[in-house]
Design a protein around this ligand. Structure first.
Ligand code: GLV
Ligand code: MN
Ligand code: MN
Length: 423
């Protein structure tokens, strides 16, 4: 299979007449923006609405304007670059993803989808291609959900699942989402365009494509995600003088709870993904029994019934903490992202592009959440995945091959042209 892929790539010879888009130009833009917030190991740290995020937004906006786009910013800070079609009043074909990253993020997660969209627009310009519908490109705010909860904030705002000033949007460092938007100059008043369809290109962040020796894939849907915050209250005490039997040790109670949540999850389904990715221990002093511990829990599955069953069992396990330890505990859901299946017509546009280009591909589900998880609830949507090396993501070592990136971008261009009706 891998040999076949290589041969096809040689035949296609990236950048040749068969390709509308220019892979090397996309690659150069990816590497240029990666300098903003660069961290050790070739990674990036551009937390949402930080100064680094602002710099990346500014660069993206300047590139989009150079490509002749009108720029709009809505009240959630979502940015839209719009290339007018022949009938600008018609709903637009939107591409998009996100420029924010994880704290130890890579150079591809999110940013690839935004810059691939930009490459599509640049290429339409190069070839003087007119479309009936306008073609637009979104940078959604705070997809990652690191600095503000819930994640997918901008795309949730776009579909009306969050409102401006919503008190359920909380900043990790006490930061105020809407205040930070104003601070970095991205609190907009523009209206978002009406959508005909949405396409998001992203790295796979898993190993399915690599194992199959396939460079790009068409995504069937995205599994559901729920986030919970569990708070355990004990009592600060002296580490040397307080007997083990009389402590109210919030961290030990949290550790036992984390293990039982893992058991619950695995009993429910072997495909479940449960992560305790955040632990806050207060006062976080080596010689004090900690009086407060907070667990940030991420749960994923493609079946909403499994998510419901976990949540019910987790609530029970949390209430048991109070009876089994000398601590109190509470659980709160902080994000709910429904599982989605993508729209058959938009997927068909991708399949047609795949057939046209004769690129080896496959259909696969997404393990990661995406802005498409929100947009698919509102507008016919689909996604393209580009192979990730070793499935590594949320890590500076994230990597995708330039040829694979170029193929994904070309597929995106062709599907966009089919939907936006080029002449
Ligand atoms: C975002 O990358 C997520 O899947 O959590
Ligand atoms: Mn992403
Ligand atoms: Mn991510």
């Amino acid at each position: 299979m891998c040999i076949e892929v290589k041969e096809i790539m040689n035949q296609l010879s990236i950048g040749s007449d068969r390709f509308l888009t220019r892979g090397p130009r996309l690659w150069d833009s990816l590497m240029e923006i990666a300098r903003i917030g660069a961290i050790e190991g070739d990674g990036c740290c551009r937390l949402s609405l930080s100064d680094e995020d602002r710099q990346a937004r500014d660069l993206f906006a300047s590139w989009a304007r150079e490509a002749g786009c009108e720029m709009r910013v809505d009240p959630f800070g979502n940015m839209y670059a719009i290339r007018a079609g022949r009938k600008p009043d018609l709903p637009v074909v939107l591409m998009g993803s996100h420029l924010d990253t994880q704290p130890h993020g890579g150079r591809f997660d999110g940013v690839l989808g935004v810059l691939a969209g930009l490459e599509v627009i640049r290429s339409l310009n190069d070839h003087g291609i007119e479309t009936e519908h306008s073609v637009a490109l979104a940078n959604w705010t705070n997809e990652e959900g690191v600095r503000f909860k819930p994640g997918l904030t901008g795309s949730k705002g776009f579909i009306g699942a969050l409102r401006v000033g919503d008190s359920s949007i909380s900043g990790l460092d006490g930061a105020d989402y809407f205040g930070e938007l104003t601070r970095i100059g991205y609190s907009g008043t523009d209206t978002a365009p009406d959508l005909l369809g949405y396409l998001e290109l992203h790295i796979e962040q898993g190993t399915i494509l690599e194992a199959a020796g396939v460079p790009v894939g068409v995504v069937s849907g995205i599994q559901g995600v729920r986030w919970f915050e569990i708070e355990i209250h004990g009592f600060d005490a002296h580490a040397g003088t307080t007997a083990m039997q009389t402590r109210s040790d919030s961290f030990m109670a949290a550790a036992e709870l984390a293990i039982s949540l893992r058991e619950i999850a695995l009993r429910l389904s072997p495909d479940v993904r449960l992560t305790v990715g955040r632990v806050e221990v207060v006062p976080n002093s080596q010689n004090t029994v900690p009086g407060r511990t907070l667990l940030g829990v991420d749960l994923r599955h493609q079946d909403g019934a499994v998510l419901d069953a976990f949540e019910a069992a987790a609530e029970e396990a949390v209430s048991l903490v109070a009876s089994n330890t000398r601590c109190g505990a509470s659980i709160r859901r902080t994000m709910d992202v429904q599982p989605v299946r993508f729209n058959a017509e938009v997927v068909a546009a991708l399949d047609a592009a795949v057939n046209d280009l004769k690129i080896p591909t496959m259909t696969l589900p997404s393990g990661a959440m995406h802005d498409a998880s929100s947009i698919a609830l509102h507008t016919p949507s689909a996604m393209i995945f580009v192979q990730s090396r070793d499935g590594i993501s949320h890590n500076p070592a994230e990597w995708s091959e330039p040829d694979h990136v170029a193929m994904g971008c070309e597929l995106l261009a062709r599907a966009v042209l089919a939907l936006a009706k080029s002449r």
